[in-house]
Design a protein around this ligand. Sequence first.
Ligand SMILES: Nc1nc2c(c(=O)[nH]1)N=C([C@H](O)[C@H](O)COP(=O)(O)OP(=O)(O)OP(=O)(O)O)CN2
Ligand SMILES: [Zn+2]
Length: 148
Amino acid sequence: MAGPSQTPQAQERIGYISRIQCFSACHRLHSIHLSDEENKRVYGKCNNPNGHGHNYKVEVTVRGKIDRLTGMVMNLTDLKKCIEDVIMTPLDHKNLDKDVPYFANVVSTTENVAVYIWDNMAKALPPNLLYEIKIHETDKNVVVYRGE
Ligand SMILES: Nc1nc2c(c(=O)[nH]1)N=C([C@H](O)[C@H](O)COP(=O)(O)OP(=O)(O)OP(=O)(O)O)CN2
Ligand SMILES: [Zn+2]
């Protein structure tokens, strides 16, 4: 615990830093575990075989010690590179269900998109740094995943 005589630098501080990235993709909500009728009932218009698109906004947040020497939790330039590799290259301007093998058997709900991004971001970042993936699927629909 830092006492009054200690400088702020002597105390370990935890910071949260985020980077926002938008990507565009199309998809269809359809579960291979449900019949066509059940799919229609559960997903409604989002089960339309023609699919539909979203401009997703993803907020990637990392949590960690603010390094005393660098003043950073991590370099945001490195986070930008991870986001490029994990989000933009595989997902931007893609048909999630057809172009991303992960979604061949997994419904492309925003919850599952968040899990996909979490799992791959966790592999790309230093251990125990990833804190939260938040996805704005539309202006009104927002999903948060914290790896639980
Ligand atoms: N739990 C979830 N429910 C739904 C998801 C999802 O990912 N997780 N996704 C959809 C649809 O894909 C789509 O996002 C719904 O879009 P829409 O209804 O058009 O979006 P809004 O509610 O923002 O539109 P308004 O009609 O303007 O209200 C459905 N459910
Ligand atoms: Zn959708």
